[in-house]
Design a binder for this molecule. Structure first.
Ligand code: PTT
Ligand code: SF4
Length: 612
């Protein structure tokens, strides 16, 4: 089978056993890879009701046909499991050498089952699989763990590891890579921690099977150069993702004070220009000529990497407008291996809940030193407060009561990304219907909404745009497994990706073929949600209630006097369901599932939801 290795590696930590498992070409074409493989495997193998932090959950690292092949930005991997934060399918995408090394070792996915009897590092080298003790680094943060691994295996190995957040089962702990990246926002780090799996190290020495290796080499290397050139000419990576901060502030879309405010006069202190001035080093994922990772000295003098989401949620949203202090918060999240975004939203929720009298406490917006201490408590589950913080904003709100759930900034349990949609209806929809919870990965339509249509509209064109972007971002990029930035940031043509796919697989797909795969994946995630929560339907696709609250309007600025309107949002949601072929509850109809070649899954779904 060209393009795919045709094998998964299944490892059981309880029995310390490993086996290579072949999968069919039909499976490969139906699910493509990455998120497609992960959602299907988890749906088939992890029963509803399974404890996400128990041995029966499975931790998956999944790659796609172009992952690891030298071509624009292919050094990415999907990590997935049943999420301890949201209670259903969760995943993330991070830059790592595992992408190339696991494929060279001969596998397109790693499936980790069971639970080790002691802290363990999984070492994979082609056919060799070893279960090595990791007691020496258990309790360490990700930086020291990385150094320990570097010392043993050098910098060429593919590495995934967790920090104290994952070890202590913080529900939004992430997986980290040696490249300074982090992924798996909905608690994929905690799933590793629950299995006592501290790290995965992979080395591979085989060729990845390709239909036209020479053609792909020429195409891939040439395109890497072209993308690098476009980046240089456009200057995108001078500010990287952080270039968007001043735009968000200008258009009243910045999260400030737990999303209660949408802009701030001090926001310029955290903008991309200032960050670039403070830059001490630049990092990038493997196979990338854009290199968007910008590091600065944090308040304590350590090297900290900052992206827009981290600045928005650990900075402006906490009303901390001091770059080195925001750097420190980001550093601590990376060291502990917890998600900057959920951590930022959880802390901002806590400060807001204190402000609104839902709970008493001593944390105030703007208090960077206390925020550092709270992050530590969340990572270590230190005391009652640490335990609460480690569970994320939704669980905290349920504990606090007093109506605080309305301003816990989350959807389906996953905290909202750094875009304040108080009056950006299309992006509010994008968060509402993002399949794993409020992640911006699936669709980002803010410039379309503000520049190319009207912000006031709740019309079908916005639902159509969300679907178009979900197909590209959440469908295609997450299954072929490549970074979407060349396309989204530099305008690198979407048609290039089928070209790479066809060169490695020998198939003749067009972009349209990927849309069907993307729709199939989204339906599967939806079914995955539904079988866990059969009675939670349309309301699950609503953004946080505070965005609809007239008491929460801006009193000045571009959206003064405006918030989202419930009835109109509901109409927009209906446009989305209609265009997707979902019923009024937001469930794919039988006909939709059949059209997506999911008849078998439809038959099973009939057991927990009557399909329309
Ligand atoms: C992603 C999410 C993001 S998205 C950011 S910043 W961003 C945060 N980064 C974190 C971090 O750093 N440390 C930490 N402890 N927690 C963090 N949580 C947050 O995680 C990321 C880049 C970025 S930077 C983005 S938008 C794009 N995301 C892609 C994606 O999702 N898919 C894809 N095919 N290509 C993408 N390209 C870009 O990659 P999650 P990364 Mg991460 C330090 O994982 O769970 O998906 O959440 O991915 O390798 O770090 O690169 O302004
Ligand atoms: Fe990684 Fe940034 Fe390059 Fe994408 S553009 S591959 S996130 S360094």
């Amino acid at each position: 089978m060209n393009g795919w290795t045709g094998n998964f590696l299944r490892v059981n930590l309880s029995s310390k056993s490993a086996k290579k498992e072949a999968y069919s070409e039909e499976f490969a074409k139906k699910w493509v890879g990455g998120r497609g493989f992960a959602v299907k495997i988890l749906y088939d193998e992890v029963k509803p009701g399974t404890d996400p932090l128990g041995p029966d959950n499975k931790f998956i690292v999944a790659l796609g046909p172009i992952a690891g092949i030298p071509a624009p930005n292919t050094g990415k991997a999907v990590v997935a499991a049943k999420s301890p934060l949201t209670g259903f399918y969760g995943d993330g995408n991070l830059g790592t050498r595992v992408s190339e090394q696991l494929r060279k070792a001969g596998y397109d996915a790693l499936i980790v089952e069971g639970k080790a009897d002691r802290p363990t590092m999984l070492y994979i080298e082609d056919d060799k699989v070893e279960f090595l003790p990791a007691d020496e680094v258990w309790g360490n943060g990700t930086y020291a763990t990385n150094d320990w691994i570097y010392g043993k295996y050098g910098k060429g190995a593919g590495v995934l590891n967790i920090g104290q957040g994952g070890e202590n089962l913080n529900r939004y702990s992430v997986v980290r890579s040696l490249e300074g990246r982090a992924g798996g926002r909905p608690g994929m780090g905690a799933v590793m921690g629950s299995k006592l799996l501290k790290a995965v190290v992979v080395k591979g020495s085989r060729a990845i099977p390709q239909a036209d290796p020479q053609g792909m080499k020429t195409l891939g290397h040439g395109d890497l150069k072209k993308v690098g050139q476009i980046d240089k000419e456009s200057g995108w990576s001078i500010q990287g993702t952080t270039g968007v901060l001043s735009f968000c502030n200008e258009v009243a879309g910045l999260p400030v004070r737990n999303f209660r405010k949408t802009h701030h006069p001090d926001a310029w202190k955290l903008d991309g220009e200032r960050l670039n001035n403070l830059r001490i080093a630049t990092y990038g994922c493997p196979n990338c000529t854009m290199r968007c990772g910008i590091t600065i000295h944090d308040h304590e003098g350590r090297e900290a990497e900052l992206d827009y989401e981290n600045i928005g949620l650990l900075g402006s949203n906490l009303e901390i407008f001091d770059f080195p202090q925001v750097g420190s918060l980001n550093y601590l999240c990376d060291e502990y291996g917890i998600d900057t975004m959920s951590a930022g939203c959880t802390l901002s929720f806590y400060a807001d809940a204190i402000d609104h009298g839902a709970v008493s406490g001593d944390f105030k917006f703007g208090d960077a030193e206390r925020a550092k201490e709270l992050l530590r408590m969340a990572a270590f589950r230190d005391g009652k407060l640490g335990n609460l913080l480690a569970d994320g904003s939704r669980r905290m709100a349920r504990e606090f009561g007093h109506g605080s759930e309305a301003y816990a900034m989350q959807v389906k349990g996953l905290e909202v990304a750094a875009y304040n949609c108080k009056f950006i209806p299309g992006q509010a929809l994008a968060f509402g219907v993002a399949p794993i919870g409020a992640h911006h990965r699936e669709a980002w339509i803010i410039t379309f909404e503000i520049k190319f249509t009207t912000r006031e509209s709740y019309g079908p064109e916005k639902a159509a745009k969300v679907i178009e972007l979900q197909r590209i971002r959440g469908g295609m990029f997450e299954s072929i497994v490549a970074c979407r930035f060349p396309w989204i940031e530099l305008g690198w043509g979407i048609e290039n990706y089928p070209k790479y796919f066809n060169a490695v697989t020998g198939l003749n797909w067009t972009v349209d073929d990927f849309w069907k795969v993307g729709d199939r994946i989204y339906s599967m995630i939806k079914l995955n949600f539904l079988r866990e929560f059969p009675n939670v339907t349309r309301e699950a696709d609503y953004p946080p209630a505070v965005w609809f609250d007239p008491a929460n309007v801006d009193t000045e600025g571009p959206i003064a006097g405006k918030v989202l309107e419930v009835e109109k949002y509901d109409g927009l949601l209906q446009h989305y369901y209609d265009q997707r072929g979902y019923d009024k509850r937001g469930i794919p109809t039988k006909a939709t599932l059949e059209k997506l070649d999911l008849s078998q899954e439809a038959a099973v779904a009939e057991k927990f939801a009557k399909l329309a």
